[in-house]
Design a protein around this ligand. Sequence first.
Ligand SMILES: Cc1cc2nc3c(=O)[nH]c(=O)nc-3n(C[C@H](O)[C@H](O)[C@H](O)COP(=O)(O)OP(=O)(O)OC[C@H]3O[C@@H](n4cnc5c(N)ncnc54)[C@H](O)[C@@H]3O)c2cc1C
Length: 495
Amino acid sequence: MIDNINVDDLVIGAGLCGLMYGLTAATEGRSVVISEAHHKVGGYATNFYRNKRKFIFDCSQHKVSGLREHVGNLWNTLKRLELHSLLEEFHLHEEIGTVVYRGNFIRIPSEPNEIKETLRMYFPDETTGIEQLFKDIETHGYQHYMFFRRLMNEYTINKDILRESRGLSKITAREYFETIFKGNDIIEVLSPIAIYSGSISNEVNAFYFLHCLYAMFYGGQAYVKGTGQHLSNVLLKEFINRGGILLKKNPVYEMEDHDEHMLVKTRKNMIRAKNVIATCPPEDVLKMLKKQEYTDRFQSVINNFEVGWGHFCVYIVISVPPEEIGIFSPEYLLVSDSGDNFTKEDFENDRYYDLFTLSISNYHRFDPAGGYVIQLVMLDHGDRWFHLSEEEYTARKQKIQDKFIKRALKTFPKLEGKLIYTESSTPKTNYKFTLATKGSAFAYKMLPRTNLSLLSDFPNDKIKLVSTWAGGPGYETAMCFGFTQGKLLSKNTKI
Ligand SMILES: Cc1cc2nc3c(=O)[nH]c(=O)nc-3n(C[C@H](O)[C@H](O)[C@H](O)COP(=O)(O)OP(=O)(O)OC[C@H]3O[C@@H](n4cnc5c(N)ncnc54)[C@H](O)[C@@H]3O)c2cc1C
């Protein structure tokens, strides 16, 4: 055990949030160590290889929001950190994706006006509701999106709409849609967009959902070539260049309060840190602390939140370019005829996998260097996987994989006979590589009345919960929250 590290900030976890916090704090002149459990950085923003590095699979990157020049918060953040060359590596998507519903292939473009036009064309009877939706995205969605800027006194809350914003935070996105639209079909076409934020329209609160639509439609959605891992690697390089230290394969086990500093025990080191920045799940932070009078109290705060969705993914390599089998769009959202309004019973008896939206991502279109890769993804939950024996787990994985491939074949019959490699992951796989509670890929669910700000007041002021668990899921949120907290802590704590 090496006991020689004294730092201003010890960051637990080198996912996007931890890397951005570290990079910002190091830029502000603080001494920062990031301790990461895994052998590589990125958390969910990673990749893996198969077949002697010929097949490259991205673990999470579909759409990185907030990258439209002068509009997106992520664009603003990367600019302020002078990450100009990284900004140039982002390519804006030409479309959000294609929703396949009741035989229609509805291509949703990228620009807000074009999206509106598309919706008007397919749903001429819903013009009033469509106008209302875009007005709400521009007002309430924008208000929620600017949360981080408000923390830095760069945005003033629009009090004129605050009451209504609060009202929207108490209902689900689906309930909101039902107030503005006449029919169900437009709801089923808009609902699956929620899965990009790890949400389901009959669960997620409408205020947050409008934020996601603002981030995607107006903030601009983009991707980097070389998978999410490339983004993580660039952030790591900058962190090191600015004086930061990374300790890999080094999970944090315990910490103790020594008044002037925290003493942190990791697999390889004892670290003395003035502040601990925890990007890991909040409940793990409580486990790391020796039982204190406040840990029980904070556990009751955590109990207010519901652990969010993980996912099931089938990673596929095909023998021909995806265009040859009719896959042109970067992403297809296959919506069943009954839409996303499944029941608890559907979920528990596996009918869910036939009903809920299945996304088909055409990674070959993002980055041809990775091979003819497509991925089938659906939100899924750790509760369905963690308790299984090894045998049951393998059999269930095969069963769900077969269901997904069958659904993909129904929409793209030319896929038949073209699969040359398949592999699946579950929420249990997520846990193995990120230690996220129950394999959640999107932290806590943003249900009606969920108030993440309860997590910002940890009862030990040397510990800060800076994570998607405390700020909300997604690449943009993880990076902007890490940046904001790095700035705020540097401002409030003179070194
Ligand atoms: C399939 C999928 C698709 C997605 N698509 C999108 C998308 O299109 N757009 C989007 O914006 N978002 C998307 N997301 C969500 C996004 O990837 C995550 O919200 C984001 O990457 C989370 O970043 P993070 O830094 O908060 O956490 P993580 O990525 O979970 O990083 C946490 C890190 O902490 C480490 N750690 C945990 N415990 C310890 C410990 N005790 N000691 C040391 N280290 C520890 C972990 O190993 C990990 O590296 C997707 C996620 C998935 C799974």
